[in-house]
Write a protein that binds this ligand. Sequence first.
Ligand SMILES: C[S@@+](CC[C@H](N)C(=O)[O-])C[C@H]1O[C@@H](n2cnc3c(N)ncnc32)[C@H](O)[C@@H]1O
Length: 245
Amino acid sequence: MAQPSASDRRQSVRAGVVWDGVRQLLEADGSEHARIVDIGGGTGGFAVPLAELGHTVQVIDPSPDALASLDRRARERGVADRVTGQQGDLSDLATLVDEADLVLCHGVLEMVDDPAASLASIAGVLRPGGHLSLLVAQRHAAVVARAMAGHFQAARELLEGEATEGAAGRGGRRFTHDELVGLLGAAGLDASSVQAVRVFADLVPGSLLDLEPGATAALVELERAVATRAEYLPLATQLHVIATR
Ligand SMILES: C[S@@+](CC[C@H](N)C(=O)[O-])C[C@H]1O[C@@H](n2cnc3c(N)ncnc32)[C@H](O)[C@@H]1O
């Protein structure tokens, strides 16, 4: 059997905890044919595997290149009939989506002008009891990363907080746990679980995963083990929140 490539190994570490959370949510809901919207879904890294489980996925993304890759990937994996790609962005949600059981918003809230308005738009297309899977960059890990790289002033500025009111800035916004829960609550969404994502993955040298047999699998297990421990949330590169309308 072909060995996974270095980029596949890194992807498995990055996506493992988030994928577990989304799959468990769908299993707990008992729906085999959920209507899923993946806003900023890019090339379909989540959309296509979700379609393979039997769900219908509408991907909305402003990038035509990403949508072309999505289309190719869906056809190659035999799920083109359950995956639709549409060009648009978060502000178009109300016009493009009828009603969704689950909205994925992974790696997008960092880039929008108004996160509060974006979350309100998402809440507006969820059915009552529907869920949001939200993945965002977490601020404190970025403060540590900047300080470790010797960018002390940048670390200080980030520490003082640019997240909720300021401009997205270079590299996008970063959120703390409490800011996120507050923003979700204001949009009428109840954060039912928060997971730490990539606590160690960005600190471990890539060469270690490439050279050490079994290291990737062991790191994925370690990430899983800390994902739901509150003390690791401020160390995580990203937070994954499941919220319910
Ligand atoms: C960091 S990538 C994340 C892709 C995918 N969700 C994932 O987790 O692998 C961000 C994606 O958001 C899209 N995007 C950027 N601004 C957006 C906006 N305002 N509304 C929706 N999508 C946006 C980009 O085209 C890109 O595909």
